[in-house]
Design a protein around this ligand. Structure first.
Ligand code: 5GP
Length: 200
């Protein structure tokens, strides 16, 4: 069984990652890795779908048990990728999608050098702030913190394999899809293809 791809997508809060990835996940049948977090649930989120929500103590227990592939502290909360969301699925040939921030992405690349890193950037910092305000889920203080966090993240994005600017949604969706389709083709075994073509 061919191992599935590990696709890591990052982008600052409010850059539209969720919207860009929504249909692609279904259309390309990606297996979305549900992270663990200690942050509180936002309105409309569902435990086990958006995140596995847990206390700081439970999260630290998972770390101690080596059940977390990578984790980081972001805006005062823990966020982490659970090994069980990634390893078995990849071994079964499924392409796994991680939606994580830049420190976690760099750690994943170190642990799994074959991971494909995609950064989704807003067209400008000003536009990002406008989108965060429009979402209306955070206080002014949290928005200011997220904007300066976003600037730090954008500065880190040169280490990614691809940077996709989400100015026009349809174009961003097509770009991300093209990357994943190309990576699937590139991951195919060339010798197998050649012998199939020659022997069929
Ligand atoms: P939010 O609170 O907006 O849902 O997420 C905040 C940030 O944490 C986002 O950039 C998101 O991609 C990132 N994040 C979510 N899950 C994980 C994870 O498992 N590991 C890491 N390192 N970051 C994560």
């Amino acid at each position: 069984m061919k191992k599935g791809l590990l696709i890591v997508v990052s982008g600052p809060s409010g850059c539209g990652k969720g919207t860009v990835l929504g249909d692609i996940t279904r259309e390309l049948e990606l297996s979305y890795s549900v992270s663990a977090t200690t942050r509180s649930m936002r309105e409309g989120e569902i435990d086990g779908v958006n995140y596995h929500y847990m206390s700081k103590e439970s999260f630290e227990k998972l770390i101690a048990e080596d059940k977390v592939l990578e984790y980081t502290e972001y805006c005062g909360n823990y966020y982490g990728t659970l090994r069980e969301e990634v390893e078995n699925r990849r071994n079964q040939g499924q392409d796994v999608l991680l939606e994580i921030e830049v420190v976690g992405a760099a750690n994943v690349k170190r642990l799994c050098p074959d991971a494909v890193l995609i950064f989704i950037a807003p067209p400008s910092v000003q536009e990002l702030e406008r989108r965060l305000r429009k979402r209306g889920t955070e206080t002014d203080e949290v928005i200011a913190e997220r904007v300066s966090q976003a600037e730090r993240e954008i500065r880190c994005s040169s280490g990614y394999d691809y940077i996709i600017v989400n100015g026009e949604l349809e174009k961003a969706v097509n770009d991300v899809k093209s990357v994943i389709i190309a990576e699937r083709i590139s991951a195919q075994n060339k010798e197998e293809i050649i012998s199939e073509v020659l022997n069929s």
